[in-house]
Design a protein around this ligand. Structure first.
Ligand code: FES
Length: 144
């Protein structure tokens, strides 16, 4: 339920937590404790595409810093930030379970491995290619 809310609205607002608590007949603080515990659930608004770059040791040794710098340069934002148009957010992630194929990152639920700085542009273009009627519909939901 929380994951679906995150997918539709790019965050889980206090209002949504209250609605979920009412549906499950539990106290809202129980819902909030789950949301605040899991790093893939966000209370604050996130972009349509959340890019989570693994910062753990193996990916670090495989060149994650160069990928991070390229992402920041191409998007014009730092980690923990969202582009002004609300399309992209950059986040750090801990091990994604792809240690033998680092650097690894997630774009929403899609995994990318052996990412190089040169590959960053293609990944971002792939995301931008998904913008369209469907994306605009999701954008409306994002504002709820
Ligand atoms: S260390 Fe990056 S995926 Fe495991």
């Amino acid at each position: 339920m929380l994951q679906e809310m995150q997918r539709r609205h790019y965050r889980i607002s206090e209002y949504c937590m209250q609605v979920i608590a009412d549906l499950l007949d539990i106290h809202p603080v129980e819902v909030h404790s789950v949301v605040s515990f899991y790093s893939f659930l966000d209370e604050s608004s996130q972009g349509q595409f959340v890019i989570r770059l693994c910062q753990t040791i193996t990916c670090d040794m495989a060149g994650k810093s160069d990928v991070a710098r390229q992402l920041e340069n191409d998007l014009g934002i730092g980690f923990g930030e969202t582009t002004p148009d609300g399309k992209f957010s950059l986040q750090w992630a801990n091990c994604l379970g792809m240690c033998d194929q680092g650097p690894a990152l997630l774009v929403n639920e899609d995994v990318y491995t052996r990412v190089t700085p040169e590959a960053v542009n293609a990944i971002l273009e792939e995301c931008r290619g998904k913008f369209g009627v469907h994306a605009l519909t999701e954008e409306k939901e994002h504002q709820l």
